[in-house]
Design a protein around this ligand. Structure first.
Ligand SMILES: *[C@@H]1O[C@H](CO)[C@@H](O)[C@H](O)[C@H]1NC(C)=O
Ligand SMILES: *[C@@H]1O[C@H](CO)[C@@H](O)[C@H](O)[C@H]1NC(C)=O
Ligand SMILES: *[C@@H]1O[C@H](CO)[C@@H](O)[C@H](O)[C@H]1NC(C)=O
Ligand SMILES: CC(=O)N[C@H]1CO[C@H](CO)[C@@H](O)[C@@H]1O
Length: 667
């Protein structure tokens, strides 16, 4: 049967919804909530509700309908005329656009292009903002928009896992996820990397650089096609398979979503889509991020809301993502994008006219919609200022996120390692950084993320061990003081961050085994080299290299958490932060953690107070010794009712004295 073809091009120029309030510094939450309610009501009235509104990805752009017709719909308020062209019209310009040879339509794979005539009569070629698949042919500069409709699309077989109580996130980038100096594929990730992640005890992956970005070296943060899964790693079906296989392993999959800004490309990006400099963005300087050199969305615009909300929904419904890590939330919610700001915690810094209410309301709508659609979904805010209530429910005027990134922690570790001698580490300051969080809001703790791995910065392992990583990591050569200290501190920093720093934990791929060197994507400045755009997983598998100890530690740490669930427990109770002894001790989830950060001192009969009074006879912590591979862990003791978890640079021994309700440390 011939494919019946319908051609419908709709221009939408709905009135922009503008709500503005005069506000005092502390009315902010109330006003954001009022604006949120007003916009929700408007959506209800004009669009038949958020559910229908956010389904627009099924009608905008080019879509195949059940009647076999292909429909096209775009919002281009600044255009004088919009046309569709492509393979089927042999790219003859505007006049023949309406001629569609049947043979091409039947193929289900064809190249499309929008032709926009702007008000000065200029003819511009564009990719639909709603394009679901874009590819770049070898040697070409720009992407092409492909209609991709496989006859037998991938069907997911595994249900999504339950929302995890303890979130242990493996931050991943598909393209670099192999030791080869080239772009790895979705399939490589599915079959080579997912099993590693599962084995390491992570229950969540956060996928970076999925939304299509023409510039690979942007690390996925300069998005050109918001609805398209990057084709440089494979087809949309390959990504669906990746997620399905992750689900089969009980792994939750989050998308690192970039709604804070957009690439300034216009031929294959969103910029100047309708020929004007506004459309999806603010016009003029307000629409440019001066550090990122990219475009900024106008969150007060009705069609921008439709676009972004539908975008989130399409990732959930088309690909089965289980939630999002929202990138650049600080940049979204402040008019100055947080550039050059430091936040001390004074409430005036968070509320007032410098806050972008429109962006806050967008985030509230997004979080409400995501959880309404899929209660299993979770969201994380990358937010550095500490905006209060961002992780409180929308109904209470909060931002509606589940978690925020504890961004002060990695900065603190870097500062300590860079600036302080071991004798000068401040225990009180470490504890403060790891425990300073907003009551009732959940944090993802991390010692380092992709940020520290990028060229120009340094990972913890590289800061600690540097050049010796090239020469002294073999077990066949003697353990040098630098490697010894580096390995111990790398483990201790990870564990104390994991156990005390938050309600979730995150690691960037490769850092579980102290990946050496840095990440650098091919770009002009490095002769387009892929040499540093890879992860050398084989280092962790080599029996003769000490990376495997770091790797095994990561697995044990996660498995231990899985067993005792400290991330899902109330924050730790710190019983000791001793400056001259350099000892930190705390209790969480019925475990006692004891860290000795002293570079040279060991302790015998160390006394510690414990939170709960009672008898604490010795018991052997044998099972810990079985599952833990710390080389300096004293795992010989167990306190009744408490599993004691000791970790140290140097030896620390303890025993319990029940008269004083104190615990002492013994070999
Ligand atoms: C039409 O597009 C051209 C090329 O981008 C631009 O120089 C011109 O200002 C646009 N005209 C209007 C009215 O936006
Ligand atoms: C990805 O997998 C393919 C086929 O399994 C293999 O040929 C290729 O070398 C792998 N590439 C990387 C970068 O691992
Ligand atoms: C890039 O290649 C050129 C010519 O081969 C060489 O002179 C230059 O040093 C290289 N730059 C880098 C960063 O490797
Ligand atoms: C024991 C050992 O192999 N030590 C080596 C560590 O690395 C330095 C160079 O960085 C060598 O000089 C040492 O011989």
């Amino acid at each position: 049967m011939p494919v019946w073809f319908a051609y419908a091009l709709t221009f939408i120029a709905l009135g922009q919804v503008m709500v503005s309030f005069h506000q005092g510094p502390f009315d902010h939450l109330y006003l954001a909530l009022a604006e949120y309610k007003e916009i929700s009501e408007n959506i209800e009235e004009n669009e038949g509700g958020l559910d229908k509104f956010s389904k627009s990805y099924k009608t905008f752009g080019v879509n195949l309908f059940v009647d076999g017709g292909i429909y096209c719909k775009e919002w281009a308020p600044g255009a004088e005329a919009v046309f569709l062209t492509g393979d089927f019209s042999k790219y003859s310009k505007i006049a023949s656009v309406f001629y569609f040879p049947e043979c091409i339509l039947k193929s289900l794979y064809f190249v499309l292009q929008l032709v926009i005539r702007n008000r000065s009569g200029e003819i511009l070629y564009r990719i639909s903002p709603w394009a679901k698949y874009v590819i770049r042919e070898e040697g070409k500069v720009n992407y092409d928009w492909m209609h991709w409709e496989p006859p037998l699309p991938y069907l997911s077989r595994h249900p999504s896992p339950e929302k995890p109580k303890s979130l242990r996130i493996y931050e991943s980038h598909v393209g670099i996820a192999s030791p080869e100096g080239k772009i790895a594929s979705y399939k490589n990730f599915t079959y080579n990397v997912l099993p590693r992640i599962k084995d390491l005890g992570y229950n969540c992956i956060q996928l970076m650089a999925i939304m299509e970005h023409a510039y690979y070296a942007s690390f996925g943060y300069q998005i050109t096609s918001f609805f398209a899964a990057s084709s440089r790693y494979g087809t949309p079906d390959d990504l669906k398979e990746l997620i399905d296989v992750a689900h089969s392993m009980g792994i939750t999959v989050l998308l690192d979503v970039v709604h804070s800004h957009a690439s300034k490309n216009s031929e294959d990006g969103l910029n100047k889509f309708d020929g004007t400099d506004s459309c999806f963005f603010h016009s003029g300087p307000k629409g440019m991020h001066r550090l990122w050199d990219s475009r900024l969305f106008d969150y007060s615009n009705w069609e921008v809301l439709r676009f972004l909300l539908s975008n989130l929904r399409s990732w959930i419904e088309e690909y089965s993502f289980d939630g999002f890590r929202f990138d650049g939330v600080t940049s979204m919610i402040y008019h100055n994008h947080g550039i050059g700001e430091s936040f001390s915690g004074d409430y005036h810094e968070y509320f007032g006219l410098h806050v972008d209410e429109d962006a806050l309301v967008y985030l509230m709508l997004a979080n409400h919609m995501i959880k309404f659609l899929q209660p299993r979904c979770l969201t994380i805010a990358e937010e550095v200022s500490g905006m209060p209530a961002l992780c409180c429910p929308v109904a209470e005027g909060g931002g509606g996120f589940d978690y925020r990134m504890a961004m002060a922690i990695p900065d603190k570790w870097i500062q300590i390692i860079k600036e302080l001698k071991d004798e000068d580490w401040n225990m009180g300051n470490i504890v403060y950084t790891l425990t300073n969080r907003r009551h009732e809001e959940k944090y993802i703790a991390y010692a380092e993320s992709h940020d520290q791995a990028l060229v120009g910065d340094k990972t913890l392992a590289f800061r600690l061990m540097d050049a010796e990583m090239y020469t002294n990591m073999s077990v066949l050569s003697p353990l040098t003081p630098v490697i010894d200290r580096g390995i111990q501190l790398h483990k201790m920093i990870r564990l104390i961050t994991h156990a005390l720093g938050g309600e979730g934990y995150l690691n960037f791929m490769g850092n579980e085994f102290g990946h050496p060197e840095w990440l650098d994507f091919p770009r002009k400045g490095n002769n387009e080299s892929y040499h540093y755009a890879r992860r050398q997983f084989h280092l962790a598998d080599e029996q003769h290299l000490r990376y495997r100890f770091l790797n095994a530690f990561d697995r044990d740490m996660n498995k231990l958490e899985e067993r005792f669930g400290w991330l899902a427990s109330p924050p730790g109770f710190v019983s000791e932060k001793h400056e001259s002894n350099k000892v930190i001790a705390f209790e969480r989830a019925n475990l006692i953690f004891i860290f000795n950060f002293h570079p040279s001192k060991s302790y015998v009969d160390y006394r510690l107070g414990v939170e709960t009074a009672g008898k604490y006879p010795f018991l052997l912590l044998l099972y810990l010794s079985e599952i833990l591979s710390f080389n300096r862990l004293e795992y010989k003791c167990k306190l009744k009712g408490k599993n004691t978890f000791l970790f140290m640079q140097n030896k620390l021994t303890f025993y319990v004295d029940d008269h004083f309700k104190k615990m002492q440390l013994e070999t």
